[in-house]
Every structure is written in structure tokens, then in C-alpha cells.
Design a protein around this ligand. Structure first.
Ligand code: ZN
Length: 240
């Protein structure tokens, strides 16, 4: 293989390496995974809140039921006194009636409060189930994304390893001064070698004299673009 063809191959491999490294960087940044993780945290927070609220409401209901029991007991006592026939004093009877009325009102308030809490519990339970379902779906998505990223990352690492091996092999067979030239141009121009398209250098888009082109086509020596200084390369029709 000619030196020119070798550095062209090296240039193509370098390009591929850069692309793969960029892709790997994006994979490692994991922006989409970070977004999902954030969502998962929010949902975990919601789930904890709903569960806490449900526990609190449950305790409230237990307390209200206790209160209900006490009030019912009190009512029974008042009723027994009121309808025992033992109390004849009108004022005392009236006081007892007031007390009965008040306890009944309190009982109704407590019952309403319990009903309201039961409604809340029902609606919070539904919300909790729905968030838990979303959480599980998201968690699956997270695992799948992590798995596929890992898989792709391994493929890239392998490819990079092979490509770097290939570059090493090319470098061994390159003349030292050619390699030096290539690396210096790479540093200076970002791209050391440019293909010829028609009669133009693809590095700077300037025309190249025909005599130069025919020299390049022979591929025996390194020819530089008069304008941008890049090594010029002429690609023969691909023989597939
Ligand atoms: Zn040029």
C-alpha cells in the first residue's frame, strides 16, 4: 500500500474514532437517564406522601370512632336518666334534653367527619395506585435504557480498541517523516488530508492544476495543496 493510501486510511479511521468517542461521551452523560431518575424521585416522593396521608387519616378515623363510642355511651346515660321517670323537676329535665340534643349534634359532626375522611382515603388510595403504576412503568424504562446504553457503550469500546490497533499497524509501516507531517498538519488544520473533488481541493475548495492532479493520481509521492497546505488525495472509483 502506498504511503498516501495509508495516511488516507488513517485519516478515515481517525474520523471514525472521533465520532465514536463523541457518541460515547453522550452516552456517558446519560441526559435521558438523568431525566428519568429525576421523575422516579418525584414519584417516590408522591408515593411516600400519599402513604403518610393515608396513615394519618386512618389514625384520625380510629380516634373519631373512639370518640363516637364515648359520646354514644354518654347519650345512653342521659337517655336513661331522661326517660327513667325518676326525674320530675322540669328544669332538670330541660337541662337533660339540652344535653341530649347537644350530644346528638356532636355525634352527627363526628360521623360527617368520618365520612369525609373515608372519601379522602378512597381518592388518595386511587391516586397512590396510579402513581405506583407510573413508577413501575418508568422504572422498567429506566432499566431498559440503562441496559441498551451499556450494550452500545461496550460495542463502541470494542470498536475503538480495534480501530486504534489498526492505526498502530498503519503507523508502523509509515515513513517517520510522513507520519510527522501528517500529525503536524492534523494539529494545525484539524484535518491533514483532503480529497480532490473534480479539480478542487475539498479542504479549501480551490482549483488544482491538472499537472498536479495527474501526479497525485499516480499516488507515488505526497503532493500538498498550494493553497491550504493539506496533503491531497485522489480516490479511485471504488471497486466493490
Ligand atoms: Zn486546499
Amino acid at each position: 500500500m502506498s504511503q498516501l493510501k495509508s495516511i488516507w486510511n488513517m485519516h478515515e479511521i481517525d474520523k471514525e474514532i472521533k465520532e465514536l468517542e463523541l457518541e460515547n461521551e453522550t452516552l456517558e452523560k446519560n441526559d435521558n437517564i438523568q431525566d428519568i431518575l429525576l421523575s422516579l424521585q418525584e414519584k417516590e416522593y408522591d408515593i411516600t406522601n400519599f402513604k403518610t396521608q393515608l396513615e394519618v387519616d386512618d389514625i384520625k378515623i380510629q380516634r373519631l370512632n373512639q370518640k363516637l363510642k364515648q359520646k354514644n355511651f354518654k347519650l345512653k346515660e342521659v337517655n336513661e336518666k331522661l326517660y327513667s321517670g325518676e326525674i320530675t323537676n322540669i328544669k332538670k329535665l330541660s337541662t337533660l334534653q339540652d344535653e341530649e340534643k347537644q350530644i346528638k349534634e356532636e355525634l352527627e359532626d363526628i360521623e360527617n367527619e368520618i365520612l369525609k375522611l373515608l372519601d379522602n382515603i378512597e381518592s388518595d388510595t386511587e391516586k397512590l395506585y396510579s402513581v405506583e403504576k407510573e413508577y413501575r412503568t418508568l422504572k422498567d424504562k429506566y432499566k431498559e435504557l440503562k441496559r441498551s446504553n451499556k450494550e452500545r457503550s461496550n460495542i463502541i469500546k470494542n470498536k475503538l480498541k480495534n480501530l486504534k490497533e489498526e492505526i498502530k499497524k498503519i503507523k508502523i509501516n509509515l515513513d517517520k517523516d510522513v507520519l510527522e507531517k501528517y500529525e503536524n498538519l492534523n494539529k494545525k488544520k484539524g484535518k491533514a488530508i483532503a480529497k480532490i473533488d473534480g479539480d478542487k481541493c475539498t479542504g479549501c475548495h480551490m482549483s488544482i492544476p491538472l499537472s498536479t492532479i495527474s501526479k497525485i493520481k499516480k499516488g507515488n509521492e505526497l503532493i500538498y495543496c498550494d493553497n491550504c497546505g493539506r496533503i491531497l488525495f485522489y480516490q479511485l472509483e471504488d471497486k466493490a
